[in-house]
Design a protein around this ligand. Structure first.
Ligand code: PMP
Length: 410
């Protein structure tokens, strides 16, 4: 049995002990997780004890704040097994990390006529920037379709990767709609064989799967702190150092320079040349506590526990013949995210009825309209698990579904 004691863990998250949330079943973890007290306390502690701006002050308070901020960078590099902390850039979120790459790669590594491959599984954050840059700069954007079983169509990928001038592949390590985990190792191997770079969107995988960027051999990896128990406002872009060094800055201003003359500017080294202006210091500092929290529980324990819940939830959903599950049948090929649809009941109505029962789920296109179009559906209802969810939560969903069917006479 997995080593996670979810009832005990739930007590570490203050939101669940608030009077107004007594009845709350939180199943929207793919949108954002809840925060444990250690993370919330770390934000408070920073403002109460260490608050000052970083990298600039020649006084103890600022030096301490700088060390704390850079300490998180070091911690991130260890968390994902980067070669060094210089390969870690702090951004605002996954979206900003991908935009940073889209703009800077388009500036000096991608040429007109080059091909960029993305997939139908991608969140808009990993689609719209590439589509926009393709239009602006004349790249050819190809999209790997999904199969009927909601896995990536690797035969089509194989065809696309053989096209001339493929320079970049942008793929998610876990879909936020179907939970699908593509064969990232194979994708990276094939891309490198044709000389293309690979950017992996780890926004969904980071809290559920062990990440080792060296083993994976991806060129870039992006994720958000808020999906792994950390604060809002902190994103990460990992890049191989030799590649980051070749990229131009994304934003210009203070903190990203070595020297400025009236006629020219010498930019700072990587990663600081990508971090213009004052960052979200307290949030970055507290983010370290979120990674420590995951490490204490053990990512493999987390994964086992969440997948055992996902399995039980799928079994429960299958008992309702009205429900169509939008997720690979083989649970090994996906994470703890379950989308479903019910004929003639709009996902918004499902979410509304669930809300009345105290259950928070997500309903809509999940920022993935191309996938919805290829599946021929406008939206899904989505349940996504984390470590504080319990089997009782699944029972509550079962009850809510029964009420929904009664209401809609299904
Ligand atoms: N990619 C994936 C797979 C996601 O699930 C999300 C968030 N739902 C994003 C990117 C964007 O993350 P953020 O909103 O933190 O920028």
């Amino acid at each position: 049995m997995p080593k996670i004691d979810s009832k005990k863990i739930k007590k570490l998250f203050p939101i669940f002990s608030k009077k107004e949330n007594k009845n709350l079943v939180y199943l929207d973890n793919a949108a954002t997780t809840q925060r444990p007290k250690v993370v919330i306390d770390a934000i408070k502690d920073f403002y109460e004890t260490h608050n000052s701006n970083i990298h600039r002050g020649i006084y103890d308070l600022s030096e301490k704040a700088t060390n704390m901020y850079e300490g998180t960078r070091l911690h991130v590099s260890k968390f994902i097994n980067a070669k060094s902390s210089e390969e870690i850039i702090f951004t605002k979120n996954t979206t900003e990390s991908i935009n940073l790459l889209a703009y800077t790669l388009s500036d000096n590594m991608l040429q007109k006529g080059d091909r960029v491959i993305t997939t139908a599984l991608e969140h808009h954050a990993n689609f719209v920037p590439w589509q926009t840059m393709a239009k602006k700069k004349g790249f050819i954007l190809s999209v790997v379709p999904v199969k009927e079983d909601y896995t990536l169509n690797m035969e089509e990928f194989e065809k696309l990767i053989k096209e001339p001038n493929v320079k970049l592949v942008c793929v998610s390590a876990m879909s936020n709609v179907t939970g699908t985990i593509p064969d990232i190792k194979k994708i990276i191997k094939r891309a490198h064989e044709v000389g293309a770079l690979v950017m992996v969107d780890g926004a969904q995988s980071i809290a559920h799967e062990h990440t080792d960027v060296q083993k994976m051999d991806c060129d870039f990896f992006v994720f958000s702190s808020h999906k792994m128990f950390g604060p809002f406002g902190v994103g990460v872009l990992y890049g191989k150092k030799q590649l980051l060094e070749k990229l131009p800055p994304f934003l210009y201003g203070g903190d990203m320079i070595k020297s400025v003359k009236e006629t020219c500017t010498l930019f700072n080294d990587t990663p600081w040349k990508f971090e213009a202006g004052t960052p979200s210091v307290a949030d970055v500092v507290a983010f370290k506590k979120a990674m420590e929290f995951i490490d204490e529980l053990g990512i493999e324990n987390i994964k086992k526990y969440e997948m055992s819940l996902a399995k039980k939830a799928v079994e429960m959903l299958k008992k309702h013949k009205q429900v169509k599950i939008i997720k690979p049948k083989n649970l090994e090929l996906s994470g703890p995210v379950i989308s479903f649809v019910i004929e003639e009941i709009h996902p918004h109505d499902i979410a509304e009825v669930f809300n009345k029962e105290g259950i928070a789920i997500r309903a809509g296109h999940h920022c993935n309209q191309p996938l919805m179009a290829s599946l021929g559906i406008p939206a899904t209802a989505r349940i996504s698990f984390s470590i504080y969810n319990t089997e009782d939560d699944i029972k509550r969903v079962d009850i809510a579904l029964k009420k929904l069917f009664k209401l809609f006479k299904k």
